[in-house]
Design a protein around this ligand. Structure first.
Ligand SMILES: NC(=O)c1ccc[n+]([C@@H]2O[C@H](COP(=O)([O-])OP(=O)(O)OC[C@H]3O[C@@H](n4cnc5c(N)ncnc54)[C@H](O)[C@@H]3O)[C@@H](O)[C@H]2O)c1
Length: 431
């Protein structure tokens, strides 16, 4: 089947390359001239395991092409996936302007019978919204069906998650269109859940909000553990063995970040407020997350001897989690900004996004490796859980610090080992 994908970001590029891998003819469009040119040469601009190989395979087989502008992609497509960004607006709602722009752009050139699918995360009611925009812009309602097919991939494992999803959700009032969309996934082993559009849209937000709630919950438990001298790692282990709870998303840290959770939780709360439906729990989740970042700043301040003015802080890890180069809404970056605001000199190291982080955060110095970042610092803060930080020469790190203090916001390191090396070690929720 001929598939058009609009947006060549984390979701759009993964979707395009994976659909081509599954045997479909895919045209992927973006507005970014340089991105499209690089992709047509096989250069993948984001860090995703296995993605360069799939893009190369798609280009070589000619099942994958990249074009500039949505209209050039949709001309003879049977299914069009909208994978553009839906950032947070000032009032917390999801900004649908990118989705709307694409719908207006493509309305006049869609083939009769096309299914337009929103894969971007969009609030309840967006399927109807897209249908309306398409109609207003010249698409005949009887010619075009709109469906929702939310994406659940995790950055860093996007290709794996796309090809081995836990579930495929398709929200559509037209059963024939739902079958056409599910047909695209027929080589993928996964339960397929066909729902009405509003439920599909809600499934995505409810899932992300639930995971964010787990993160805030374990962060609150971690803080309580510190107050009562319990160890959150033991607590999370003991909880996780219960299959009703599970181990995932029970790692305390500097608060959730990334391009999805913060904006999706805010958008769901906005939806609840608009619907006059009380959802104080979500407001609490956001509040705990905000406070957690501040708590890490406090720990770093203590590690530096009680004041950040004149202090030098080494920050290890800047992306929102390990395994990705994405800095969007990264807790590590938010904490770095707070450190700088409070007068610290910050030297950061990140294996995937150091240079870009320096461009985003004025005043942040970037080191070539974790040792260079630590040299002469008053405290080291581990803010992203990159595995390489476990395997450093900690004698060398200790000797190069002005003051041997480590704040481990990811509980990545072994506290007893760190104390044996001679560090003052502070993790999250650990005895
Ligand atoms: N990143 C994730 O892990 C993830 C996971 C699941 C769902 N989502 C959702 O998927 C959507 C996309 O997220 P992303 O991280 O891929 O965003 P992204 O910012 O990486 O990619 C969006 C791309 O769309 C392009 N674009 C914007 N307007 C366009 C237009 N008119 N024509 C052609 N291209 C256009 C942009 O240039 C950009 O390259 C969001 O709604 C997000 O919430 C993201």
């Amino acid at each position: 089947m001929k598939v058009a994908v609009i947006g060549a970001g984390y979701v759009g590029l993964t979707t395009s390359a994976c659909f081509a891998h599954l045997g479909h003819d895919v045209v992927c469009a973006d507005l970014d001239v340089e991105r499209v040119a690089r992709l047509n040469k096989g250069e993948v601009p984001i860090l995703e395991d296995g993605l360069p190989e799939l893009v190369a395979e798609g280009l070589a087989s000619r099942r994958l092409r990249f074009v500039l502008g949505a209209t050039n992609a949709v001309l003879d497509a049977g299914v069009v996936f909208l994978c553009v960004q839906t950032p947070e607006s000032a009032d917390g709602s999801a900004d649908l302007s990118f989705v709307e722009d694409v719908a207006r752009e493509i309305a006049g050139v869609l083939q009769p019978g096309t299914v337009v699918v929103t894969k971007s995360t969009v609030p309840v009611g967006s399927t109807r919204f897209v249908q309306r925009v398409l109609s207003e812009s010249g698409a005949r309602a009887e010619d075009v069906t709109v469906a929702s097919n939310p994406e659940f991939l995790r950055e860093g494992q996007a290709v794996h998650d796309f090809l081995h999803p836990d579930r495929i959700v398709i929200g559509c009032d037209d059963p024939g269109a739902a079958v056409r969309v599910s047909d695209l996934y027929r080589k993928v082993q996964s339960p397929v859940l066909v729902t009405d559009p509003a439920s599909a849209e809600m499934i995505k937000y409810a899932s992300n909000a639930f995971l964010a709630t787990k993160v805030s919950f374990i962060n609150a438990i971690a803080n309580l553990c510190e107050a009562v001298d319990a160890d959150v790692r033991e607590v999370a282990l003991g909880m996780g063995y219960d299959p009703r709870i599970g181990f995932q998303f029970l790692q305390p840290g500097p608060g959730y970040g990334g391009s999805c959770f913060p904006k999706d939780v805010a958008a769901l709360l906005h939806t609840a407020n608009q619907a006059d439906s009380d959802f104080e729990l979500l407001a609490g989740v956001i509040q705990v997350n905000r406070a957690q970042r501040e708590r890490i700043v406090e720990k770093i301040t203590n590690g530096a001897g009680g004041s950040l003015s004149e202090a030098v802080v080494a920050v290890w890890g800047l992306t929102f989690k390990a395994g990705t180069d994405d800095l969007r809404e990264s807790s590590a970056l938010a904490i770095t900004r707070r450190l700088l605001e409070q007068g610290a000199a910050v030297r950061g190291y990140d294996p995937a996004a150091g240079e870009r982080a320096a461009r985003e955060v004025p005043g942040l110095d970037i080191a070539a490796d974790p040792y260079e970042a630590a040299a002469g610092a008053d405290v080291v803060a581990v803010l992203t859980e990159w595995d390489q930080f476990r395997w450093l020469d900690f004698d060398r790190v200790r000797d190069s610090l002005r003051n041997p203090a480590i704040v481990d916001a990811r509980n990545l390191l072994d506290p007893a080992a760190m104390r044996r090396y001679g560090f003052r070690y502070d993790g999250v929720g650990r005895r």
